[in-house]
Design a protein around this ligand. Structure first.
Ligand code: AMP
Ligand code: ZN
Length: 115
């Protein structure tokens, strides 16, 4: 399934619900988290609906590489100069709430709300 009509992040990809976008290309979308833990907190998502990290297969390897490679450039563009944290929650025990693969990238001066 490339898109799930009931998925909130697929709806953001489709422009059906708003988001504060910071980057978009053919495969990835990045937007600010609606409940930020840190002064800068964005979510990097594939446009393709992949429900969770456990659904990743070998064909997704280049996509995951692009997500990781994008993070430092995003943080630099958003003015983060002192390091950042990257988090990927998977499944119930991993604290995943939205079942569309996403990578949290957080930065900015501490203290943070959490993380
Ligand atoms: P996770 O626990 O890793 O599944 O995190 C899901 C994240 O998505 C949370 O940090 C939420 O604040 C964030 N989130 C949920 N809905 C939206 C939305 N409509 N726009 C932006 N961020 C969202
Ligand atoms: Zn989705």
């Amino acid at each position: 399934m490339s898109s799930d009509p009931n998925c909130i992040f697929c709806k953001i990809v489709a422009g059906q619900i708003p988001a504060k976008k910071v980057h978009e290309d053919d495969e990835l979308l990045v937007f600010h988290d609606i409940h930020p833990w840190a002064p800068v907190h964005v979510l990097v998502i594939p446009k393709l609906h992949i429900a969770s990290h456990t659904d990743v297969t070998a064909e997704h390897v280049p996509l995951l590489g692009r997500m990781l490679a994008l993070a430092p450039r995003l943080m630099k563009d958003l003015g983060v100069t002192n390091g950042f944290r990257t988090v990927l929650n998977c499944g119930p025990d991993g604290g995943q709430e939205v079942y569309h693969l996403h990578m949290h990238v957080m930065g900015g001066p501490r203290p943070w709300l959490k993380g």
